[in-house]
Design a protein around this ligand. Structure first.
Ligand SMILES: *Cc1c(COP(=O)(O)O)cnc(C)c1O
Length: 364
C-alpha cells in the first residue's frame, strides 16, 4: 500500500475490513472469468444472480433468519424505511407505538405521523437520550399495528440488546438495526421487520437490507408508490428494477468476511472486548467522561467528553495528527464519539486508549 491507513472512527460511512477492500480491488476490473466489472454487469445476468442470491444465503445463515421471512436489498437508505414502514404496516388500526431514543427515532416518528397516529410509549429525551427508557408492556397499545424501536442509537451511544426486547404480544416489532446489524446477536423471530442501511456495518452506502416476516407483505396502503411497496420487491426477489449492484456485491464480500471471522457470535465477542477496553478507560479516567448510563451503553458508538470545549478541540486535533480520525461528536452531544463497528480491529481501540492516556497525563 502506498500510504498508511488511519484508524477511522467515523459514524458512517465507516471503516471497512482491509482484506475485503483488497479483494474488491483485485476483482474491480474483471470479476471472475466474466471479462467485466460487477458494475458493468446486467442485473438480469446469471453472474449477478449468483452474487445477489449468494449474499442473501450468507446473510440468512449469519443472522439465522427463519424461512418465513423475506430478505430485501433496497435503495433509499435507512431514512426511506421511515416512510415505507408506515405505508406498508399501518394498515389495520392506523396507529403504532414508538420508543423515542434519539434523532433516528424522532425522524421515524415524524414520517409515520404523516400516515397515521403515533403513540410514544417511552422516551429518554429528558436527559439528551443518554439512557434507554423503561419499556413497560402495560403502557403499550394492544391494537397498535406495530411497535417501533431503534436498536442501536448511533448518535447517543445507547442500545436495546436482544435480552431487553419487550414482549408486545401479537403486535409486530420493528427494529432499526442500521448501526448494529451483524455486530450483536438478535433473535430475528422476535421481530416483524428489521432494517439496516449498509454504510455502518455492511459495506458501502447505497443498499438497505430489509428482513420482513412474510405475513406483513402485501397489505400496503392504496396510496403507496410501487417502489415503496415491499410486495413489489418481494415478488421480484429485489430485482424489480436495477438494484444497487455494486453495493450488494460488496456487502456480499463483507458477509463472507464475517463468516470467516466466526459469525455474529464471534463478532459480538470481539465487539464486547473492544467496547470494554474503551469504557474501562473512561470509567477510570479523571479527565475523560462517558455520557451514557452504564447499563445502556452501545457496543458500536461511544460518546465521551472532556471538561472544556478547548480540551475537546485540542484532543480531536491531536488525535487526527496521530492517525485517529473522525472522532468529533455529534453537535447535539458535543465532545467526541468513537464509532467502533465490526471492521475496527481490537488493536485500533488499544492504540486509541493508549493515546487518550497520554493526552490525560499531558493535560491534567
Ligand atoms: C445512519 C442511520 C440511519 C439513516 O441512514 P441513511 O442510510 O443515511 O438514511 C437510520 N437509523 C440509524 C440507527 C442510523 O444509524
Amino acid at each position: 500500500m502506498s500510504m498508511n491507513r488511519v484508524y477511522n472512527f467515523s459514524a458512517g460511512p465507516s471503516m471497512l475490513p482491509l482484506e475485503v477492500l483488497e479483494q474488491a480491488q483485485k476483482e474491480f476490473v474483471c470479476y471472475g472469468n466474466t471479462g467485466m466489472s460487477v458494475m458493468e454487469m446486467s442485473h438480469r445476468s446469471k453472474d449477478f444472480e449468483n452474487i445477489i442470491f449468494g449474499a442473501e444465503a450468507d446473510l440468512r445463515e449469519l443472522m439465522n433468519i427463519p424461512d418465513n421471512y423475506t430478505v430485501l436489498f433496497l435503495q433509499g437508505g435507512g431514512s426511506t424505511q421511515f416512510a415505507m414502514i408506515p405505508l406498508n404496516l399501518m394498515n389495520k388500526n392506523n396507529k403504532a407505538d414508538f420508543v423515542k431514543t434519539g434523532q433516528w427515532s424522532k425522524k421515524a416518528i415524524a414520517e409515520a405521523q404523516r400516515y397515521g397516529t403515533v403513540n410514544v410509549v417511552a422516551s429518554s429525551e429528558d436527559k439528551t437520550f443518554s439512557y434507554i427508557p423503561e419499556l413497560d408492556p402495560a403502557k403499550f397499545d394492544k391494537d397498535a399495528d406495530y411497535f417501533y424501536m431503534t436498536l442501536n442509537n448511533t448518535i447517543y451511544g445507547t442500545h436495546i440488546p436482544d435480552n431487553m426486547i419487550p414482549d408486545t404480544g401479537n403486535v409486530p416489532k420493528v427494529g432499526d438495526m442500521s448501526s448494529n446489524i451483524l455486530a450483536e446477536r438478535y433473535d430475528i423471530s422476535k421481530f416483524g421487520l428489521i432494517f439496516a442501511g449498509a454504510q455502518k456495518n455492511l459495506g458501502p452506502a447505497g443498499v438497505t437490507v430489509v428482513i420482513i416476516r412474510n405475513d406483513l407483505i402485501g397489505n400496503a396502503m392504496d396510496i403507496t408508490p410501487t417502489m415503496l411497496n415491499y410486495a413489489t420487491h418481494a415478488k421480484e426477489k429485489s430485482l424489480y428494477n436495477t438494484p444497487p449492484t455494486y453495493s450488494i456485491y460488496f456487502a456480499g464480500l463483507v458477509f463472507k468476511w464475517v463468516k470467516k471471522m466466526g459469525g455474529v457470535d464471534a463478532m459480538e465477542k470481539i465487539n464486547r472486548e473492544k467496547a470494554a477496553i474503551l469504557y474501562d478507560f473512561l470509567d477510570n479516567s479523571k479527565l475523560f467522561k462517558g455520557t451514557v448510563r452504564p447499563q445502556d451503553r452501545s457496543l458500536m458508538n461511544v460518546p465521551f467528553i472532556l471538561p472544556t470545549e478547548e480540551l475537546n478541540a485540542k484532543f480531536i486535533a491531536e488525535a487526527k495528527a496521530n492517525g485517529f480520525v473522525n472522532l468529533k461528536g455529534h453537535r447535539t452531544v458535543g465532545g467526541m464519539r468513537a464509532s467502533i463497528y465490526n471492521a475496527m480491529p481490537v488493536e485500533g481501540i488499544k492504540k486509541l486508549v493508549e493515546f487518550m492516556g497520554k493526552f490525560e497525563v499531558e493535560n491534567k
